[in-house]
Design a protein around this ligand. Structure first.
Ligand code: HEC
Length: 117
């Protein structure tokens, strides 16, 4: 049942993802990122935020554009929403689904992908 539910959930996300990304607001993404993510992931997304630089495993460096749990829009959205622990990763990358509204989470995905150098 649980698998079925999460499958239905994934399908729903897959179906809405292109639309959500197209509508996502890059500037909003930057604002929300700066508020919630930069202490660890760094103001420029290099993973060298004041808290981030002492963490093990380190927070992802978004300027490298290299993702551990999949680099698609949906993969990144899911890690942000459900936390890295949901993929067997670090609980320090918390689930933000209950904190940041869904359109803002898509905006962050767009912003993060724009940081790749
Ligand atoms: C307390 C520090 C901390 C904060 C705050 C934080 N993260 Fe992370 N983040 C991490 C760590 C640590 C990892 C690495 C997790 C791992 O390797 O298992 C990570 C990994 C990630 C990844 C990479 C997933 C992958 O597949 O490689 C994404 C995307 C991400 N964070 C997005 C965000 C966003 C967006 C925010 C703000 C809403 C945020 N993080 C806030 C610590 C943090």
């Amino acid at each position: 049942m649980r698998t079925l539910l999460s499958l239905a959930f994934s399908v729903a996300i897959l179906a809405t993802a292109p639309l959500a990304m197209a509508d996502a607001d890059l500037e909003k993404g930057q604002q929300v990122y700066t508020m919630f993510c930069s202490t660890c992931h760094g103001a420029t997304g290099d993973g060298q935020g004041p808290v981030g630089k002492v963490l093990q495993p380190p927070p992802r460096d978004f300027t490298a554009g290299d993702f551990k749990y999949g680099g698609s829009d949906q993969d990144i959205f899911q890690v942000i929403s459900d936390g890295a622990a949901s993929k067997g990763g670090s609980p320090l990358m918390a689930p933000w689904g209950a904190v940041i509204p869904e359109p803002d989470r898509w905006a962050i995905v767009k912003y993060i992908l724009s940081l790749k150098k």
